[in-house]
Design a protein around this ligand. Structure first.
Ligand code: OAD
Length: 248
């Protein structure tokens, strides 16, 4: 865990900020029991090849296998709860003038914790979309092996409402995130390996526009060297400690 001086310095930066933007990644949900993507031993991608499962081509080539994997993720996320890191980000809104929360996570845990107006950069696991006619529907229920969900409009097999590799970021989410990155004066990067673009580029945009950068992550990332403050530790502990320092 970071020392009290580092936490105090970040709390002061938060207190001085007029607009705080936060970008979260899979690490924020790790303490809820959702495996991250790239952590070597537990990461989802260590057990599965993403190119086989999280691409539009996978849903054409072998939709049953791709759907079974997403249905497994849905059932896993449905059984877990937000953790103190999610809760601290909800509470943080009361302590700063303006907070914009951008998440790469598709698990909906920020919203379940109580965060409002969350920008879902990579979509949401609990919706379905049709790649053919662009229809969106609430997620069809189904377990591994069940028949595949089909579009109410055109009858073709749907995909989960997440951004698959090679797909565009939803334009509204992209635009809102870029506005946040260019207008904030403090940018928090929490629990992301910062390897997937364009999300990983938002911190650079914020820095180029003059914002301070705080990274919260137990491990170093490509963003660490350019950060003004780095709090090394799990977000479920670091964020509540930061909130406590801010509220003191
Ligand atoms: P990654 O799995 O790439 O990175 C997870 C990060 O969380 C790593 O930097 C870990 O060090 C950190 N971490 C682990 N435990 C933590 C904890 N308790 N508290 C804080 N941080 C912790 O996940 P993302 O960066 O979110 O995209 O991955 C980005 C995108 O890659 C995902 O949105 C997903 C994936 O492909 C799509 O599906 C489109």
């Amino acid at each position: 865990m970071p020392g009290p001086d580092a936490t105090e310095a970040c709390a002061e930066a938060l207190a001085d900020a007029r607009h705080v933007a936060v970008l979260t990644g899979a690490g924020v949900s790790a303490e809820s029991g959702v495996p991250t993507f790239r952590d070597a031993l537990e990461g989802l991608w260590a057990k599965h090849d993403p190119m086989q499962l999280a691409t539009p081509e996978a849903f054409v080539r072998d939709p049953q296998t791709a759907w079974d994997w997403y249905r497994w993720r849905r059932s896993l996320v449905a059984e877990v709860a937000p953790n103190p890191g999610h809760d601290a980000l909800v509470a943080l809104t009361a302590h700063v003038d303006k907070l914009t929360l951008v998440t790469q996570n598709v698990d909906g845990l920020h919203q379940r914790a109580g965060s409002r107006d969350v920008i879902e950069f990579h979509g949401n696991l609990f919706s379905d979309k049709c790649a053919h006619c662009d229809t969106r529907e609430p997620a069809h229920t189904g377990d591994a092996g069940d028949p595949l969900p089909t579009c109410g409009q055109c009858g073709r097999v749907m995909t989960p409402g997440v951004v698959l590799f090679g797909e565009m970021i939803p334009p509204a989410a992209m635009q809102a995130s870029e506005i946040a990155a260019t207008t904030c004066d403090l940018f928090l990067v929490v629990g992301t390996s910062a390897q997937v673009y364009p999300a990983a580029g938002l911190a650079g945009t914020a820095r180029a526009c003059g914002a301070g950068i705080i990274e919260i992550n137990p491990e170093a990332t490509p963003l660490s060297a350019g950060a003004d403050h780095v709090l090394r530790g799990p977000s479920g502990e670091v964020l509540p400690a930061l909130l406590a320092a801010l509220a003191a």
